[in-house]
Design a binder for this molecule. Structure first.
Ligand SMILES: Cc1cc2nc3c(=O)[nH]c(=O)nc-3n(C[C@H](O)[C@H](O)[C@H](O)COP(=O)(O)O)c2cc1C
Length: 205
């Protein structure tokens, strides 16, 4: 394994969102990272059992980290009951992991409309066709629903389904992990401070 520079406190910006943006920019241009915006979303499911699944982060800014999904899905129901979550990203070729956690709130209707309008027609039809996380009789049933919606919206633009929208995680903790030699990795945790700003500490790996 090629030696990588370790992560020093002096390498880190005061604001973890800006630090995230700096790492994200590196991941985006890396030829071996196909989906730098892919993250594991962890929620608390029924009975308090944690559940994880991948989502794509579609907007990242000072207000938080936005993803879109079906509002009837297991994840959306979990978030309605317990509106807090974790996001974990792994950029293997860079030896980097970022973990975030915090409260989650729905995005605005206008925000969801604007993002939905950027999706391809096929994936807009797909959003109508999928009753995400519910049992489906078979592949044929799914394809029939997709064809039905294609017919329904023939010749017109596909509107955002009422059961499809976005959520924003507002981080209150952000951890940056940089792989090091002999398992001596570098970990830095930012914690949001009441009243503004962030506290930064180094953790044992
Ligand atoms: C790389 C990747 C990205 C994904 N992005 C999303 C996404 O942005 N939104 C979404 O609803 N599902 C996405 N999925 C599918 C979810 O992982 C999951 O299977 C689905 O949302 C149902 O999850 P749930 O039953 O826990 O709600 C993605 C899957 C992969 C592998």
């Amino acid at each position: 394994m090629a030696a990588r520079p370790s992560l020093r406190r002096s390498d880190l910006l005061d604001d973890p969102i800006r630090q995230f943006a700096a790492w994200f920019e590196r991941a985006e241009v890396h030829p071996l990272i196909a989906h730098p915006e892919a993250a594991c979303l962890s929620t608390l499911g029924p009975g308090g059992t944690p559940e994880g699944r991948m989502v794509l982060l579609k907007r990242i800014d000072a207000r938080g980290f936005v993803f879109y999904t079906n509002l009837g899905s297991a994840k959306a129901r979990a978030l309605a009951a317990h509106p807090r979550a974790g996001l974990t990203l792994h950029w293997q070729p860079l030896g980097r992991q970022v973990r975030l956690r915090g409260p989650v709130a729905p995005t605005s209707e206008a925000d969801a409309d604007a993002y939905f309008a950027t999706r391809s027609r096929a994936s807009r039809i797909g959003a109508w066709a999928s009753e995400q996380s519910r049992e489906v009789d078979g592949r044929v049933a799914l394809e029939r629903r997709a064809s039905d919606f294609e017919r329904q919206f023939e010749g017109v633009s596909v509107p955002r389904p009422p059961h499809w929208s976005g959520f924003r995680l507002e981080p209150e903790a952000v951890e940056f992990w940089q792989e090091g030699p002999a398992r001596l990795h570098d970990r830095f945790l930012y914690l949001r401070v009441r009243g503004g700003g962030w506290a930064l500490r180094r953790l044992y790996p």
